[in-house]
Design a protein around this ligand. Structure first.
Ligand SMILES: [Ca+2]
Ligand SMILES: [Ca+2]
Ligand SMILES: [Ca+2]
Length: 182
């Protein structure tokens, strides 16, 4: 073997060994959700239970399993372990992936396939989910009025015709059901 070939072989071996711990994903982080079955528009709170590595960390949450992080949190262990809230805007079953990179940097991850099930809203107009449609629900409807999917005040409960906008057409439907169950 020539000297050059030996150097190349050594480099390849070094690269292989360097990536072994990443591929093995030893000691992955753990997390839980406070609810795994929710309606569209309901908040799910995720919490990291356990992780290891050297601070500071970068925690990337992918709540819909599409491979793109939806929220990234950076900081100390106690900072990244604070609960994170996420709202699902469409029915379906979602995988959740948490990728944590420490300062080494070593990346560890945990994937929960089909972890969260999001169902259609059971009763449109009942914002506080107490079985009636009263003045308290009207206050929430007024709050969400004029919003569209993606806005912080958008709420599928007030989007009667599911077109992603809460507008005058939804108001007409809300007025129709107002008083239900009171
Ligand atoms: Ca995502
Ligand atoms: Ca209500
Ligand atoms: Ca609408």
């Amino acid at each position: 073997m020539s000297k050059v070939a030996i150097i190349i072989a050594s480099l390849i071996l070094a690269a292989m060994f360097a990536t072994v711990p990443l591929l093995a994903n030893a000691l992955p982080p753990e997390f839980i959700a406070d609810k795994t079955v929710v309606e569209v528009g309901e908040t799910v709170t995720f919490t990291i239970l356990w992780c290891i590595g050297a601070e500071p960390y970068k925690a990337e949450w992918d709540f819909d399993g599409d491979g793109k992080p939806d929220i990234t949190v950076e900081g100390t262990k106690s900072q990244i372990m604070l609960p994170i809230a996420w709202v699902y805007h469409a029915p379906g079953t979602y995988s959740v992936i948490l990728v944590i990179t420490d300062s080494t940097p070593i990346t560890r991850w945990e994937e929960r396939p089909d972890y969260i099930t999001v169902t259609e809203v059971a009763m449109k107009g009942d914002f506080d989910r107490d079985g009636d449609i009263d003045i308290f629900d009207f206050v929430d409807f007024a709050d969400s009025y004029g919003s569209e999917t993606g806005d912080p005040n958008y709420n599928a409960i007030g989007d009667f015709n599911n077109d992603g906008h809460i507008d005058i057409f939804d108001f007409v439907d809300f007025a129709d059901v107002y008083g239900y169950g009171t």
